[in-house]
Structure formats: structure tokens, C-alpha cells
Ligand binder design. Structure first.
Ligand code: PGA
Length: 248
């Protein structure tokens, strides 16, 4: 079975609504590729104008965060039904910046994965180790634990629709990429874990991305690896380079 490649931009806290529309126009012709899922995960306030700006193109819109309740007294939060109604398809969950800066733990992340599926959103579930864990050699156990927690109670059919992004924290925004072999090693380990937790067909179907300083120069090598089905791209998603990654 061949998995469809998925190249997702994570815009993080960049681009005002008018800048977001301008970026969509700049990238429009560069990201054309019907063989790849091209996703822009954008700040909440940019969702409505970006959905409008990419109409009629191959671009799919994603969000960067949400809260697990449908509505109510949760000042400052945004719900899955709101995202869905606005035209969002993918949702990033468990990004290391949410875990480390905003204190999201695996219990909340697991609840978000289940809520996203229940609401018709497709999660891009992030995992990855710190530099200290990489140096200590315990990264494999760490990632196993993250994924096992985060997928607790999630069904095999749901996991077949899931995207998992392996993002070593030491490679995010640092310009230091994991080598293609390092990335492949962990992505394969994640797929093997899915086979262990579920079954071979689910492991074969789940799409696994690498993220962390992926750029126009290193994308082709990373994406040539058998267990790397795409990328989650921060810095390079905000410029023309993103088109080169989509077409790598
Ligand atoms: P980066 O970010 O590409 O800027 O390293 C990746 C991410 O955090 O998703």
C-alpha cells in the first residue's frame, strides 16, 4: 500500500490576516501538486480569510490549537465545531511548544485527539524528544510513552486517518535537522509501535511526518526514506521554499 504524502505548514504565531492572504497568493502556483496533500495550519484569526484565499486550489486548511469542549465559559478558547464550521480539516495536537510553553500534558493531548476525531477533524499528533533525552539515549522510550498515552482509547480505524509528526525538539527552529537516517529510525520505530498497539494494516496506513528545520535543501532526502510520509514545516512554510518542499 502506498501512503499519500502530506506536506503541512505550521505557521505558528506568524502572519496577520492580511499577511496570510498575501502569503496564500504568493504560494498559490508554487504548491500545486495533486499527488500530495498540502496543508496550511494557520493561527485561529487567519482561518476564515485563508479558507477564502485558497478556494479552488489544492490547499487544505488546518488549525494549530483548540479546546476539548464544544462551547461554554472557556474565555479565549476555540472549539472543534467552530474550526470545522470555518472549513478546517487538520488540527495540530501536542506540538512541543504547546507542551513546553503552555503546559499541555498527555492526558489533555489524548482528550484532544479523541475530541478531534469525534468532531470530524484529522489530528496531526506531534511527538519528539529534547536534546537531553537524545543525548541520554532514552528518546525511544520517551516517544513510545508519548504515543501510547496520546492514543489511549483511539480506535484502529481512527489511527488509519491519523498523521503523526516526529519532531525532535532540538531540531525545531534551530536550523539543526536530524539526519535523514536519524529521522527514519524514529519514524520506523513509531510505525512498529502502531503495529504493536494495533495491527499491521493500521501501521501500514498511518502517515508519519518528520518536522524540525525541514527546508528546500534537505526535504528530498528526508522524504525519500520509507517511513517518512511527509513533513511538518515551520520557518520554511512562510516563504517560497515551501513550494520546493511540496514538490521535492
Ligand atoms: P521548523 O518548525 O521547521 O521551523 O523547525 C517545525 C515545527 O515546529 O513544526
Amino acid at each position: 500500500m502506498s501512503r499519500r504524502r502530506i506536506i503541512a505548514g505550521n505557521w505558528k504565531m506568524n502572519k496577520t490576516p492580511s499577511e496570510a492572504v498575501a502569503l496564500c497568493a504568493e504560494l498559490k502556483d508554487l504548491v500545486k501538486n495533486d499527488a500530495v496533500d498540502v496543508v496550511y495550519c494557520v493561527p485561529a484569526i487567519d482561518i476564515v480569510p485563508v479558507v477564502e484565499a485558497v478556494k479552488g486550489t489544492n490547499v487544505i486548511v488546518g488549525a494549530e490549537n483548540f479546546y476539548i469542549e464544544d462551547k461554554g465559559a472557556f474565555t479565549g478558547e476555540i472549539s472543534a465545531p467552530m474550526l470545522k464550521d470555518a472549513g478546517v480539516t487538520y488540527i495540530i495536537i501536542g506540538h512541543s511548544e504547546r507542551r513546553d510553553i503552555f503546559g499541555e500534558n498527555d492526558i489533555l493531548i489524548n482528550a484532544k485527539v479523541k475530541k478531534a476525531f469525534a468532531s470530524g477533524l484529522k489530528p496531526i499528533l506531534c511527538c519528539g524528544e529534547s536534546l537531553a533525552l537524545r543525548k541520554a539515549g532514552t528518546y525511544a522510550e520517551w516517544i513510545r510513552r508519548q504515543i501510547t498515552w496520546d492514543l489511549s482509547g483511539v480506535t484502529a480505524d481512527q489511527v488509519k486517518e491519523l498523521v503523526i509528526a516526529y519532531e525532535p525538539i532540538w531540531a525545531i527552529g534551530t536550523g539543526e535537522t536530524a539526519t535523514a537516517d536519524q529521522a527514519q529510525e524514529v519514524c520506523k520505530m513509531i510505525r512498529d509501535l502502531i503495529a504493536e498497539l494495533y495491527d499491521a494494516a493500521t501501521a501500514e496506513a498511518v502517515r508519519i511526518q518528520y518536522g524540525g528545520a525541514m527546508n528546500a535543501g534537505n526535504a528530498a532526502e528526508l522524504l525519500s526514506k520509507p517511513d517518512i510520509d511527509g513533513g511538518l514545516i515551520g520557518g520554511a512554510s512562510l516563504k517560497a521554499d515551501f513550494g520546493q518542499i511540496v514538490n521535492a
